[in-house]
Write a new protein. Structure first.
Length: 147
């Protein structure tokens, strides 16, 4: 379950950065390796913020590690912070957006992911995606019903 306001008794174990990398109205999804938590599901580039790491540095690092892309910090847009509460885990989830003007060459980290795809946010909702990504897609792409 995600919340846009911090819920009562929320005890965050860590913070995560994520990014909707978008090209031509499609977003990049990465297929998680089976041995990873929630293995076999699809997700957007994301990862934990290291201790004493600035949030912007964390998202640039995570995208580089997971896709090979070197993003310009000035073109990254911060969208929102959500509070994710799972049965045994709670964490803060930061959402960024980056609009690409050309289709990039993606080099996935094979230790973490086994494939990638570009898909519309609406079609992503029909895929086997990581927990709560559907809620984040609907939050960011609020006009999905109109497409």
């Amino acid at each position: 379950m995600i919340y846009t306001q911090e819920p009562n008794n929320f005890n965050s174990k860590f913070e995560v950065v994520s990014c909707f990398l978008e090209y031509d109205k499609k977003i990049l999804l990465l297929h998680r390796q089976n041995h990873k938590p929630q293995g076999g599901t699809w997700g957007i580039p994301a990862g934990k913020i290291n201790s004493n790491e600035h949030i912007l540095d964390a998202i640039i690092r995570e995208i580089k590690e997971e896709t090979g892309l070197k993003l310009l910090p000035t073109q990254l847009s911060y969208f929102k912070k959500t509070y994710v509460k799972l049965p045994n885990l709670s964490f803060i989830f930061h959402i960024y957006h980056y609009k690409l003007d050309k289709l990039p060459k993606i080099t996935i980290n094979s230790d973490e992911h086994k494939d990638l795809c570009w898909t519309t946010p609406k079609l992503a909702l029909t895929m086997d995606i990581i927990s709560d990504l559907d809620q984040h897609i609907k939050l960011f792409y609020q006009d999905l019903e109109d497409n």
